[in-house]
Design a protein around this ligand. Sequence first.
Ligand code: SF4
Length: 189
Amino acid sequence: MEAPPYEKERFLNAEKEMSELVRASMSKYESKPNVMFAKLSEVSKALSKGLVNWSRVRSLWPLQFGLSCCAMELMDFGSARIDAERRGYLFFRATPRQADVMVVAGWVTKSMVPEIKRLYEQMLTPKYVIAYGECATAGGPWWESYNIIKGIDQVLPVDVYVVGCPPKPENLYAGFMKLQKKIGGEIED
Ligand code: SF4
C-alpha cells in the first residue's frame, strides 16, 4: 500500500492541537507562585520546629539540687558508672536559670515548699519535673508526718515518677528516657 502524501499544513495543525491538549491537561496541576511560597514556608516552619524539638530532647539540663538520702543516688547518677551524658543528660547546673529539668530527690518538708517553688519559677521554659523516689512521689515512709507533703505533685506539675526507696540511679536513667519520649511526642503520659 502506498504511503499518503506528506502534507506540511496538516502536520503543523496536528502539532498545534497536541500542544493545546497538553497545556489544557497540565493547567489543573499548575500552582500559583504565592501558593507555592506558602507551602514552602510551611515546610520550613515544620522543619525548624522539628529541629528545635530534636535539640530539646537531646540536651536536657538538670538542676543540681537534692533534699535528702535520694540525693546520694542522684550523685551516683552523675558518676562515670552511669555515664548519663551519652544520651544528652548534660551537666547538672548550679543555677536554675541554666536548667530545664528539676529532679526532686528526697522528702519535701512544708518549710521547703516556697524555696522549691521559687527555684522552679526561675528555671527556663519549657521545664520538666521528675519525682525521684517514694518520698518525692508520695511522702514515702513519712507520708503521715505533720511536716512532710505527700508528694511534690501537690505543688508542682510532675512529668515522670521514678519508683524506689532508695531508687536506683538506673531507674532515674529510665525516667530520663521516658521524659525524652514525652518531650519528643512519642508518649503522652
Ligand atoms: S525515698 Fe527512701 S531513700 Fe529516698 S529520700 Fe525517701 S527515705 Fe530516703
